[in-house]
Design a binder for this molecule. Sequence first.
Ligand code: SF4
Length: 210
Amino acid sequence: MKNIPAILDILDKTYPAAKISLDFSNPLELLVATVLSAQCTDERVNQVTKELFKKYRTAADYANVPLEELEEDIRPTGFFRNKAKSLKNCGAALVEKHQAEVPDNLEELVKLPGIGRKTANVILGAAFNTPGVVVDTHVGRISQRIGLTQQRDPVKIEFDLMELIPQEKWTLLSHQLIQHGRQVCKARKPQCTECPLLEHCDHGQLTAGS
Ligand code: SF4
């Protein structure tokens, strides 16, 4: 049985200001930035969106632009053909079904082309202040290592974390674990001896004892 309050307390003290590192000023911009962030650093996405958001201001702008033009505009983020297709289709769906507005609930968000639960939870948490557990590669990996979940599937991990963690903490915890994954609990070489979560972590305890 994990001491969840102690783990949350450590994360709060270590990463008190953890928050999303994508730049955006409205829900549509966040949706676009989140789609672009797949397999790309947030830093690179922010460089691209700085210009992109001056040119594309509404869902209709994405729906109406020729696909090749959009591909060129987002090319530096990688996987630009798939991402351009998703953004164009998503823009069209927003115009057709949501009066060109980004919906503020998970059920409708995940029906949009190219939007999965991870992206939807990012949008809910950061744009609508609605708690959501975001299971990206960092959150999944660290949750497994600590022993908060035995699951491998991101959606099952999300549900395990929702069971364990108070709802008001879902969004903050996600950003704290993402920061922890970037700085300490890295994929290849977790720095367990310097980790404040060591005494609460299954993987860390195994490594420390070996
Ligand atoms: S103790 Fe190691 S494996 Fe566990 S959270 Fe810290 S860095 Fe990651």
